[in-house]
Structures are given as structure tokens and as C-alpha cells.
Ligand binder design. Structure first.
Ligand code: FEO
Length: 395
């Protein structure tokens, strides 16, 4: 495995082949916790790994240099998948200063016993000279936490971007040109949608700052390192930050006795009459991770649930809570669903979620008592055509 980014700069992280849950994100492809060692007149380590894998991380570093020679350990992001290994690493490196910004210092102090740590607190624009190379720090608030920052090495045109441009993707290879581009871009999309979609505006601001840098390589904290497809991932991110709509309709439903499912399938039939990509997801057998990833670039969505106990089906409530938190933008849609003796909950509850998400509501909720007649199903088809026609404009 090639771990060398540039002469004297190596990957020293951990490949997590088996992780399948990352705070609610179903990581079907595993992940990596990337950390990097820069050997110069002074030595610096960029980031750490999750706590359970700290021994492998320290062993990777020890194989390349004496731990006594580590002068700086940079923490770009305090979330424990990056910082969990820091207590052991700081204890193992007697000369090392922990380099981070003030917000990150506060966060690390609240996570760990840091009494014995030597700190080197930096501000936006500060630099540290290593010898032939310089570490330059750029605050990137809310990408993904308030304390997040990039570390840039101008002499190498190398950006350590922590969560930005990352993918939850385990691979024996470290670089983008060693994996199929469509696969890693899809993983980058899933990562963006499920981790940081709600921070589109600060990410757009960060992208604008990153665009001013001369970059030959982007080394994120998860997944492969971008060296051959920087343009492609930048362009993809420019679409993600505004949830750029594609000619795509996504229909999401839960059902009890198949009435809401019949409505969903009729809406799908109507959408399929248009020149759009249409998808149907049953929340009972589709993980929310997949649904959110597909909603990211959908122009139009329809979401349906029957009434259960004056509320929603539980899996739909969970999916909508997750989706609402991630705040997709630029969507048009409507709610639908069946009910028995009470119109409370069901389609009305779905519509409330859609309104709170600021979805442009295309029509009033489609409702049916008990079982949809052919007349109601035709109304569903027509609503599907309306969704499809809206989405078609993005062809
Ligand atoms: Fe990779 Fe925000 O943690």
C-alpha cells in the first residue's frame, strides 16, 4: 500500500473495514480515520484516530520516526473519531505541543484529561515553520463543528481538510486515482448528505476560501486522498452546498395495510410519465442514510404515511426527524397517506415536517379513508405528473 503523499509526508491512519454505524449513518462501505506525519527539521502529526485504534496509529508513526522527535500534533477537529487517540498520543510524545484553535482547546478539555498537555493555540491565518515547509491554519467553523479548521502546507500545495471532501469508505488504496471515480464521488455525496448537509452556507464560505489556495492534493480525514480528481470533487461540492436540484423525483412512504403504498406507486407511475429519474423508497426496508443521499439532489419529493395512533408510522417519524435535522434545500413536494377514522397525524403530520423543512408545497395533502379507489389513484397519478413536470425543468 502506498502511503506516501509527498516526500516526507505519509499517511499514518487506520482503515476501519467493519464499522457499519457512524452516529446513525449506516456506513456500508466502512471508513478510514486518516492521520498524517510530516517529517521536516521539525516533525508534525496531523490529526489522530478513533480511540480503539490508537495503537495501530502510534505504531505507524513509530515505524517512520522516533516519537521523541514529534514536535507538533495538530488537531483540526475535536470530534472523537479524530481526537479519541490524542490522550495516548500526547502521553507517548514527550516533546509534542498540541496545536489547535481556542474553540478546539475548550472542546478537547471537555472531552479529555488535558492537564499535562502542552498547548500551541493558533488563530486563523497563523503559521508554524517546520523547516522546508510551513503549516498554515484556516478556521472552517461548522465544517463540521464550530472549532473545525484546515491545515494547509503551501510549499506542497497540500490541504488537510478533515471532514470536508471526506468519504466513509474503507479501501486498501489511499488515493482517488486508485479507486473508481463514480464510486468515491457517490461516497462523498453520501458523506456530505448525512454529515454536513445542514451546514451548506458555511461550507460554501469555506469552499470560497479553499478556492483561493493553490491546491495539488486534498487529504481529508476519511476515505481516499484527492490528487487526480480535485476539480471533480470541488464541482460536486458546489452542487451539494445548494442541494442543486436534478431532474429527479423521490417518493418515500410507510404503509400499514398497503393503502399508502398503493398511493405511492400511483404517484410513481405519474412521475414516470415525465422525462425524469424517479425513485420509490419504503422506509421500513430502506435505511435513512440512503434516502437522505437521494433527497440531496432531488428536485421533487412526495412523502406518505398512514395515520397510526393519531401520528405517523414510527419508521417514517424517524426518517423525517433525520431528514429535517439535515435540512435539505431547493425541494418541492407534498404529503400523502391513508387514514381510518381520524385525519390527525398521517399526511397532516408529514406536511408539518415538510413545512418546517421549508419544502415548497406543491399541493394540499393527498388523503384517502381506508383504501384508495381508482379515482383516488388517478388523483395520485396526476400529482405524480405534477411532481415530474416540476423536476423536468432541471433536465
Ligand atoms: Fe469525522 Fe466530524 O467527524
Amino acid at each position: 500500500m502506498n502511503i506516501t503523499l509527498k516526500e516526507g509526508i505519509d499517511w499514518v491512519g487506520y482503515i476501519d473495514w467493519t464499522v457499519r454505524d457512524f452516529h446513525g449513518y449506516k456506513t456500508e462501505s466502512g471508513s478510514t480515520y486518516n492521520a498524517y506525519l510530516i517529517r521536516d527539521e521539525k516533525c508534525a502529526v496531523i490529526d489522530a484516530v478513533k480511540a480503539p485504534f490508537v495503537d495501530q496509529y502510534i505504531n505507524h508513526i513509530r515505524a517512520l520516526t522516533d516519537l521523541e522527535k514529534i514536535d507538533y500534533i495538530v488537531c483540526n477537529h475535536a470530534e472523537p473519531d479524530h481526537s479519541g487517540g490524542l490522550p495516548a498520543m500526547m502521553a507517548a510524545c514527550p516533546q509534542a505541543e498540541l496545536v489547535c484553535n481556542a474553540k478546539c482547546k475548550t472542546a478537547l478539555e471537555k472531552h479529555f484529561d488535558t492537564v499535562a498537555w502542552k498547548w500551541h493555540v493558533v488563530e486563523d491565518g497563523d503559521t508554524i515553520a517546520l523547516g522546508k515547509r510551513t503549516l498554515s491554519f484556516i478556521n472552517t467553523p461548522m465544517v463540521h463543528w464550530p472549532e473545525s479548521m484546515f491545515t494547509y502546507v503551501p510549499e506542497e500545495k497540500l490541504l488537510f481538510s478533515m471532514d470536508a471532501f471526506g468519504q466513509h469508505y474503507a479501501s486498501a488504496f489511499r488515493f482517488d486515482d486508485e479507486e473508481p471515480l463514480d464510486v468515491i464521488l457517490q461516497e462523498a455525496k453520501a458523506y456530505y448528505a448525512n454529515i454536513v448537509m445542514l451546514y451548506g452556507r458555511p461550507i460554501a464560505q469555506t469552499m470560497a476560501r479553499a478556492a483561493e489556495l493553490d491546491i495539488q492534493m486534498i487529504a481529508p480525514s476519511h476515505g481516499v486522498i484527492w490528487r487526480s480528481h480535485i476539480k471533480e470533487v470541488f464541482e460536486a461540492y458546489q452542487g451539494y452546498v445548494v442541494c442543486k436540484p436534478a431532474a429527479k423525483v423521490v417518493i418515500i412512504y410507510a404503509s400499514m395495510w398497503k393503502s399508502t403504498e398503493k398511493m405511492a406507486r400511483a404517484i410513481l407511475e405519474g412521475a414516470q410519465e415525465c422525462n425524469v429519474h424517479a425513485q420509490l423508497f419504503d422506509v421500513d426496508n430502506t435505511h435513512r442514510t440512503r434516502i437522505v443521499t437521494d433527497v440531496l439532489d432531488a428536485a421533487a419529493i412526495a412523502v406518505g404515511s398512514p395515520t397510526l395512533n393519531n401520528s405517523l408510522m414510527p419508521e417514517m417519524a424517524a426518517a423525517l426527524t433525520y431528514l429535517q435535522g439535515l435540512r435539505p434545500t431547493n425541494k418541492t413536494g407534498f404529503a400523502f397517506g391513508s387514514y381510518g377514522w381520524s385525519k390527525k397525524g398521517g399526511a397532516s403530520a408529514v406536511e408539518k415536517f415538510l413545512e418546517e423543512m421549508k419544502i415548497n408545497i406543491l399541493r394540499e395533502p393527498l388523503r384517502v379513508q381506508y383504501v384508495p379507489s381508482e379515482e383516488v389513484l388517478e388523483e395520485c397519478r396526476e400529482a405524480g405528473r405534477q411532481l415530474g413536470k416540476h423536476a423536468e425543468q432541471y433536465k
